[in-house]
Design a protein around this ligand. Sequence first.
Ligand code: F0G
Length: 429
Amino acid sequence: MTEMIKSWLECIRCGEKYDFSGIRYTCDCGGTLDLKRDLSQVDGQKLKQIWEDRWGAKHGIYSSGVWRYKELIFDCEDKFVITRQEGNTRLYDAGKAGEYAGLKNFMLKHEGENPTGSFKDRGMTCGATAAKFYGAGTVACASTGNTSASMASYAAIADMKSVIFIPEGKIAYGKLAQALAFGGKTLQIEGNFDDAMELVQDVCRELNIYLLNSINPFRIEGQKAIGFEVLQQLDWQVPDWFIIPGGNLGNNSALTKGLQELHQLGIIDKIPRIAVIQAGGSAPLSKMWKEGTEYAAVKDPDTIATAIKIGNPVSWEKSLRGIKWTNGIVEDVTEQEIMDAKAWVDAVGIGAEPASCCSVAGAKKLVDAGIIKSDETVVGILTGNILKDPDAVVGYHKDELGHMGIKGTFANKPQVIKATVDAVKAAIN
Ligand code: F0G
């Protein structure tokens, strides 16, 4: 595209519009903001061809699996772009994990293969770029771990300071290690993620720090690229379903927003259904969906999938809007279901952190319930790398998660043996 597409920020609640001249994350009415664009003059087929031509680029911003789709991400001047060539992640055949879920055509998009090991890098490249666009010197986020790891990395690359708010003692070790290693000022808050999320918004407002949680509309724009890339990998053939874990609910909001834009441009001719899967102990959206009640935060969220241990997700309205638009569904799964599904994702050699495996646990539950048919084409999003949370893996395989009510159903227990050939023979037979 030679001409930039006209774009602006728009409140999802009251429709108020804002240009990009000042920093803003929410509307004056309190609603979250969409980055909207005027697609009426855009030739979808031309745009698709541009993206095809960029596929496999070796250098420059188009070698990123996010900036490949720059026209529908953030069409700023290239000099602002902060990138680690994120995206370009693999789309695997789920193999036996698909059989476990009862599906014949199940693919897993592994977002844990991003530079810092989670899908957050896609939103972060765009968020960090916006930070640079606005001339920010310091960025901040509240996090269950992956956002902070990603933000600390992108801030370091862009030579910005980063301040991280995490719930004390409640994030997986791999993620804490990354935040510290990348030089993020790491503040462990007494309280849970929801408390940290409230605090960081106040801090950013008062101290003039740029907020990089997914309440920031630029984060959502970057994350849309997961869906774009899956569709490009499938030669723009649309699957019947996308299944995606839900925590703060930014990622599924991004997925549906991206799909809507592709559909509006005629790049896809069918809308896939979205299934958002929450962990049972942290499932405000699922509760609302299934019980038909008003939105209410969950007070003391809990789950072994610490990435999604969130009781008051900031993007619940955007999320709900997108799910309804795709004729989608919200479901929740138990701790046991998450860890058993994870055992299969891991055992086939792909591997992912617990929260990611909600996708597979949710697939199985929805197939068992007859909602997803076994011959439908399904793409599950794996959101984070297996090495983010080694404690959960070893705990399961040693069958030491009984205190959390989790059995090592498919455990591959390590064995201690004598250092003799006979002992080895006995052990491996
Ligand atoms: N999976 C993983 C591995 C995550 O880290 C997260 C969110 C999610 C799923 C849920 O995505 O929030 O967009 O619905 N992690 C955030 C963090 C909250 O701070 O890293 P969501």
